[in-house]
Design a protein around this ligand. Structure first.
Ligand SMILES: [Zn+2]
Length: 417
């Protein structure tokens, strides 16, 4: 009996093997006018495109740089349609599978161990959270804020020296599964913060007076899936009623202008908003936690990739937020500070006008909940590697971003002292 059960387990594992992306391509197209934009949108009626930028077909507009992934089979058709309409395009990635393999270009210091210079899978991240608490018991604690659809724990690391309710910043990474450099940054932040306490003047001051809540992986189930099954996965892994398509886009699931557009209502889309606002366990865990600490949390920062942009509210409307001038000023200086390290250029501004309109995002929700400083980072790069940023770029990405986040934290501390 036991033996046959084992056989079943083995054969199921074999059936759902890793998806491969041999010779799949990533195109970059810049539609010059509305007509060319419609050509692109029409393509999606017959061909399955995975939008990398913007997130979905409905956001495609004239003069926007549009990146999408397509199978080898369909790439010929795409090319001839683009040429037929005299559209500007380039092929950013010729063989996606090769790029996936080339991401891992940093060799292990000790094979199989957690490393800040490498992408770490969920198992490594969990044991890392345990180790960091053991190493800095006076500064770091681990809070389980809930669990995921597949019953994985959602851990927030609380970092700071102050007892009780200090002014706090909440940061999350990995809400979108395939944006791997994002969780890498959250781990780096915790590492640098703890390591430089007592050595770096600014960090010491920040940790003496503030609390940082860091959620290193928001979408744990999706992150695991992106490692084990489908590198291009974005949503969580919850089952949808009356649909065989899996998952909700957690960054469309927040209770802010949630049902404003029907564009995100299809469960088969990458940007599916879910059956109701806060329907997902992951979203609920985060909003409950933030609501519980509403009086102390003064800033909310969420990390995505890619495109090198620093965003602030709003996404769901083109109206400007009441403290627009302040948010604009902080973003301008913060992106300047970021560029001092490697001259990496970021643009900045409200989501709706800087990228494209979005509803149900965590950033807008946090702002509406009363947190006056909310930011979203779209980390490196600008599309050469897209979601497949090589590991050799993790450290530089984290170092420059750290400067920027420290500046924002310093600014918040000053505002509320
Ligand atoms: Zn994202």
């Amino acid at each position: 009996m036991k033996f046959s059960l084992l056989m079943v387990v083995i054969s199921t594992t074999l059936v759902i093997a890793h998806l491969r992306f041999d010779r799949e391509k990533v195109f970059r197209v810049k539609p010059q006018d509305g007509k060319q934009a419609s050509v692109l949108k029409d393509l999606t009626q017959t061909i399955e495109l995975d939008f990398w930028y913007p997130d979905a077909t409905h956001d495609v507009a004239a003069n926007m740089t549009v990146d999408f992934r397509v199978s080898e089979k369909d790439s010929q058709t795409i090319q001839s349609i683009l040429e037929q309409h005299k559209m500007n395009y380039e092929i950013l990635i010729h063989n996606l599978q090769e790029e996936i393999e080339k991401q891992f270009d940093v060799t292990d210091e000790v094979s199989g161990r957690h490393s800040y210079a490498k992408y770490n899978d969920w198992g490594k991240i969990v044991s890392w959270t345990e180790k960091i608490v053991q190493k800095y018991p006076e500064m770091v604690s681990r809070i389980k804020i809930g669990s995921t659809f597949e019953d994985n724990p959602l851990y927030v690391l609380k970092i700071g020296k102050k007892d009780g309710e200090a002014k706090a910043i909440f940061m999350d990474c990995g809400i979108h599964a395939r944006e791997w450099v994002s969780p890498a940054f959250c781990q780096w932040f915790v590492y640098q913060a703890t390591k430089s306490y007592g050595k770096n003047r600014i960090m010491t001051k920040l940790l003496d007076r503030m609390t940082f809540y860091v959620l290193p992986v928001f979408n744990v189930d999706g992150y695991i899936w992106s490692w084990t099954q489908d590198r291009m996965w974005r949503k969580n892994r919850s089952k949808n009623k009356n649909s065989t398509c899996i998952g909700t886009d957690l960054n469309r699931n927040f209770d802010v202008s949630w049902n404003s557009s029907s564009n995100t209502a299809n469960p088969c889309l990458h940007v599916y908003r879910g059956p109701a606002a806060e329907s997902e366990k992951e979203t609920k865990a985060v909003t409950n936690f933030i609501r519980r600490h509403k009086n102390s949390i003064k800033a909310y920062i969420t990390f995505h990739s890619y495109s090198q942009v620093l965003l602030f509210p709003y996404g769901y409307t083109s109206k400007l937020p009441p403290n627009y001038d302040d948010l604009l000023k902080v973003s301008r200086i913060a992106t300047d500070v970021l560029s001092t390290r490697y001259e990496t250029r970021y643009t900045y501004g409200p989501i709706a006008s800087t990228m494209y309109p979005t509803s149900g995002s965590s950033l807008d929700w946090a702002y509406k909940a009363g947190i006056k400083h909310t930011f979203a980072f779209e980390l490196r790069d600008k599309g050469k590697f897209g979601f497949l940023l090589p590991e050799s770029q993790i450290k530089p990405t984290c170092k420059e971003t750290m400067l920027c986040v420290k500046f924002i934290a310093k600014y918040i501390l000053k505002q509320y002292s």
